[in-house]
Design a protein around this ligand. Structure first.
Ligand code: ZN
Length: 129
């Protein structure tokens, strides 16, 4: 796992959050991202590895690297699968339900701070609790 700094090109919306290298050889995480985003990007990359996307024919044909930025996140079936893996790893249903039972009016941002994940992860997890 390496943590280079990726900048944002002026006039571009590409701001790389991370990348999963082909053949399961490594993760690249943007060192400039907030810790909660890095946590998610690492878990997302582990999802690609655990789900063996590097062995998937969809990966072999089209990619040697899966790039992740705010625009591409969740756009393909493999990205959705890796997001689901990361969401469940970082915010287990049992713990989220426990907090929601105790603090039913907790906001996504408050839960985001508790779990150390971006608030959109909490939003997605709340849909399935
Ligand atoms: Zn991905």
């Amino acid at each position: 796992m390496v943590f280079p700094i990726f900048g944002k090109k002026p006039g571009s919306f590409l701001r790389l959050q991370g990348a999963f290298r082909g053949y399961g050889t490594g993760l690249i995480i943007n060192a400039k991202d907030a810790t909660v985003q890095q946590n998610f990007t690492i878990a997302h990359g582990l999802g690609h590895y655990a789900l063996e996307h590097h062995k998937d024919p969809r990966f072999e044909k089209n990619y040697s690297v899966i790039l992740r930025d705010a625009c591409s996140a969740g756009q393909t079936p493999m990205e959705l699968e890796a997001n689901l893996f990361a969401d469940n790893l970082l915010v287990p249903s049992m713990f989220l339900q426990k907090y929601l039972n105790k603090y039913p009016y907790a906001t996504d941002q408050e839960l985001s701070n508790i779990f150390g994940v971006p608030s959109e992860v909490i939003y997605r997890r709340r849909l399935y609790v």
